[in-house]
Design a protein around this ligand. Structure first.
Ligand SMILES: Nc1ncnc2c1ncn2[C@@H]1O[C@H](COP(=O)(O)OP(=O)(O)OP(=O)(O)O)[C@@H](O)[C@H]1O
Length: 324
C-alpha cells in the first residue's frame, strides 16, 4: 500500500555523476529497507538523503559504501563498482559512520596517523587536525573527548585520505546546537573545496542549510527529489498558516470554503490543528480571519511560518517527521 505522491524535480544528467544507483533493493526478512532506489549525485554536489527513522537511509548509504550487499540493483561510484574495484574505491572515498568506535587509549593524533596509514595518498595529519578544529585536543586520549569532538574526529578520519567522495551518516545526531553548527561549518568548507558529499540526516534544517539537492525517503523509496527550494516551491505556497478553533467549533470548520480562499493552496487538519499552504501571507491571512469569523468560530491558536522541507514531508505523507 502506498498512497504517497512523488515529486521529482531532478535536473542532473549522468555525465559527471560521482555516484549513481539503479534499482537498489534490500530486505531484512519481511522488512523492505530499500525498495527500488535510483539516484544520481553530480561531482561537487552536496546531496542529502532525508527521512524519518527506518526510512532506509542508512541501508542505502551502506550499500553505496560497500558495507552492505544489495539484493538487487547497481551502484557506480567514481565510474567504478565495488565488485571489480574495491581496493581503488577504498582509497578514493571517505566514510563517516553513524557511530564510530575508536580505541579510547589512543590520542587524537595517534588515531589520525593510524587512519592516514591506510591510504596511499592523503592529507597531512596536521591538516586533518586543523580542518576538524581539534588542535587543542591533539594529545588528548579519545576516551576523554566530548560527543561533538568525537564526531569531528570521525570526520577527520574520513578526510585524511583526501577523498573525492565523502559519506556522512547523520553527522550531527546527538550533538548540541553549538557542536552542530561547528560541523556545518566544516561541511561548508569541504563543499567549497569541491568535494562530493552525500549525507543522511533527519534534521530538515540541516538539509536546507547544507544540501544542494535532497532525496526524501520514506518506506525504502525516494518520494521527492530536488533542491530544497524546488521541493518547497512544489507545494504551491511559500508559507504555512496553522490555526485551531475552540473545541466545540471543530465540526463547523468548512474545509471547502477554506481551500476556496484566494491564496490558499491546500488544507489539511491533524489532531484539530488546521494547516493551510499559502502563497501571499499579507493578503490571505485577513481572508482566513474573515472566513473563520464567518463560520461563527473562535480561534484558539494562530501562527505562520515559512514553508520548510518538513512541510514538504507532511504534505507528501500526512505524517510529521518529528513524530517518527
Ligand atoms: N541489519 C538489519 N537487520 C534487520 N533489519 C534491519 C537491519 N538494518 C536495517 N534494518 C531495518 O530496515 C529498515 C531501514 O533501516 P535504516 O537503518 O536503513 O533506516 P534509516 O532511515 O537509516 O533510519 P535511522 O534514521 O533511524 O538511522 C528499518 O525498518 C530497520 O529496522
Amino acid at each position: 500500500m502506498d498512497s504517497t505522491k512523488t515529486i521529482n524535480t531532478e535536473v542532473v544528467g549522468t555525465a559527471g555523476a560521482s555516484l549513481a544507483t539503479t534499482g537498489l533493493r534490500k530486505s531484512f526478512g519481511d522488512v523492505k529497507a530499500v525498495a527500488g532506489v535510483d539516484l544520481e549525485v553530480a561531482s561537487g554536489e552536496c546531496f542529502g538523503l532525508l527521512g524519518p527513522n527506518g526510512a532506509g537511509k542508512t541501508t542505502t548509504i551502506e550499500i553505496c559504501e560497500g558495507l552492505t550487499e544489495a539484493d538487487a540493483g547497481d551502484v557506480t561510484l567514481l565510474g567504478m563498482q565495488w565488485k571489480s574495484h574495491a581496493n581503488e574505491l577504498r582509497q578514493r572515498i571517505g566514510i563517516q559512520l553513524q557511530e564510530t568506535q575508536f580505541p579510547d587509549k589512543l590520542t587524537v593524533e595517534e588515531t589520525l596517523r593510524l587512519f592516514r596509514s591506510f591510504f596511499r595518498k592523503g592529507i597531512a595529519v596536521d591538516e586533518a587536525i586543523r580542518t576538524s578544529q581539534l588542535e587543542e585536543k591533539r594529545t588528548a586520549r579519545v576516551g576523554t573527548l566530548s560527543g561533538g569532538q568525537k564526531q569531528r574526529l570521525a570526520m577527520a578520519c574520513a578526510l585524511v585520505g583526501d577523498p573525492e567522495l565523502l559519506f556522512l551518516d547523520e553527522p550531527t545526531t546527538g550533538l548540541d546546537p553549538q557542536a552542530r553548527r561547528h560541523l556545518w561549518d566544516l561541511v561548508d568548507d569541504l563543499k567549497h573545496a569541491g568535494r562530493t558529499i552525500i549525507l543522511t540526516t533527519h534534521y530538515m534544517d540541516e538539509a536546507e542549510r547544507l544540501c544542494d539537492r535532497v532525496a526524501i525517503m520514506d518506506h525504502g523509496r525516494v518520494i521527492a527529489l530536488g533542491t530544497p527550494k524546488q521541493l518547497i516551491a512544489s507545494m504551491g505556497g511559500d508559507h504555512i498558516v496553522e490555526f485551531a478553533v475552540t473545541g466545540n467549533g471543530e465540526g463547523k470548520v468548512d474545509a471547502k470554503a477554506l481551500t476556496e480562499i484566494p491564496g490558499v493552496q491546500s488544507h489539511r487538519v491533524d489532531a484539530g490543528l488546521h494547516q493551510l499552504s499559502v502563497t501571499d501571507l499579507h493578503t490571505t491571512v485577513p481572508r482566513i480571519f474573515a472566513a473563520v469569523d464567518g463560520m461563527g468560530l473562535d480561534l484558539t491558536e494562530f501562527r505562520t511560518h515559512s514553508a520548510t522541507l518538513e512541510d514538504v514531508f507532511v504534505s507528501l505523507t500526512g505524517r510529521y517527521l518529528r513524530d517518527e
